[in-house]
Design a protein around this ligand. Sequence first.
Ligand code: FAD
Length: 470
Amino acid sequence: MTIDSTFRGPDLGTSLDMLAAALDGEVILPAHGAYHAARRVLDAQYDCHPAAIVRPANARDVISAVNFTRELGLELAVRSGGHSPAGFSTCDGGLILDLSSLKAIDLDLEAGTVRVEPGATWGEVAAALHPHGLAITSGDFGSVGVGGLTTGGGIGWMVRKYGLTIDRLLAADVVLADGSLVRTDADHDPDLFWAIRGGGGNFGVVVSFLFRPHPAGMVTGGMIVYDGADLPRVVRGFADYGVTAPDELTAMVDIMHAPPLPFLPPERHGSLIVGVAVCYAGDPEAAAQAIAPLRSLATPLAEAVGPMPYPALFAFTDHALPPAPHIDIRSCFLGDIDDALIATLVERTAALSSPLSMVQLRALGGELSRTPADSTAFSHRAAPYLVEAISIWTDPAESAMHHANADGFWDDLASHAEGTYVGFLGNEGEERKRSAYAPGTYRRLAAIKAVYDPHNLFRRNHNIAPLPAV
Ligand SMILES: Cc1cc2nc3c(=O)[nH]c(=O)nc-3n(C[C@H](O)[C@H](O)[C@H](O)COP(=O)(O)OP(=O)(O)OC[C@H]3O[C@@H](n4cnc5c(N)ncnc54)[C@H](O)[C@@H]3O)c2cc1C
């Protein structure tokens, strides 16, 4: 589908009126009462003022918004769930294409597929699929959007059993920079299909994803909590077991100040703890045996692990973010967890700059690592671990202190880094961005970008510049 149009009026205001008249959805302008709520994204640091926010009602509206920004030379920020750690889903002076208005989740039980629009959140997808005993491996946060997580890769509670979110993707409908709408899959525009699975928002606006869900009724999930003083033993034992456990078991370590969770003794609230979060996606009888080694890493302070519907797992992360958080994430894949890294974790987590800040260490492998490395643009399938140092605070006056703390943490982590995950990347410069991809993957992405977006309309992202023609 393409739409012939021109939105060039005598001034921006008139052009925006022309856009509004062409849409089934809405255009929210600065004078509109809804503007200030609509311009906000998750991270309160990105307090931007766009010229307008478009909430499309359908793919046709997305085409019009893309044509509008191309014709007027305006910056385009594409937003699904609004969780970009780099603030890319908002902008100053440009246009936000807010896809949170596109939330359909259409399950076709006969075909064994589900079509999901980008503005649905992963919590909404889990809730919609659960009554059918199904799920799609995604992230560990219910509020993250389908659009951003899927185009980056998708690492979550079931990554060892079912792989990345992109490994369940069968096809996508994408609005390209020239305003055309294409269906891409393994047989149609296969380069585009390869690129949108890990290459982020560089290639177009995905207006619909077709996934093959997998079984996931009840899981055995929750958290085993240890005293912060046991960090070295717990991390050592977790690192050894987490990557050799049965695929059904995905586990991660959360080093943090204890939130007021009901299963933690009140006198422990606020003290440094090491939580081992688990999800066993399989037979509950086998779960106990698989999780047992993680229950004896030291003497647990508390435990809340048991059978639960998969969507209930999101409750274990809901507590992590206050309203209007400021966030600074530094992350990298690790090839190994050695004593030097554990010493860094001990030193740095003893001085976390905020009671809300935390370090998360994920054990990978399993299905993620068995999928051929060149099958998608996600590069780091062989990495056994992913670590994220996450600073979270609420008072803008403290920002410099928290950023400095994050910088210091990163200085210590950098020598262990074996590439990074684009989903957790902030505005960290060219070298860090490139480290999300193997060199050959990056070159191929740049060549595909030159075909699908030669003028770099989709540049408000971890941008891959089009390879210059030779
Ligand atoms: C609190 C928190 C928890 C997280 N947990 C996890 C996790 O467990 N696992 C994991 O893998 N990641 C996780 N992430 C990272 C997350 O996957 C990425 O930040 C992702 O980009 C967020 O998606 P979104 O749609 O919410 O964000 P948005 O800010 O809306 O989008 C981010 C970017 O993605 C691109 N994009 C969004 N929608 C589309 C679309 N429809 N078409 C094309 N491009 C698009 C755009 O470039 C946009 O700037 C987490 C992030 C946060 C902040």
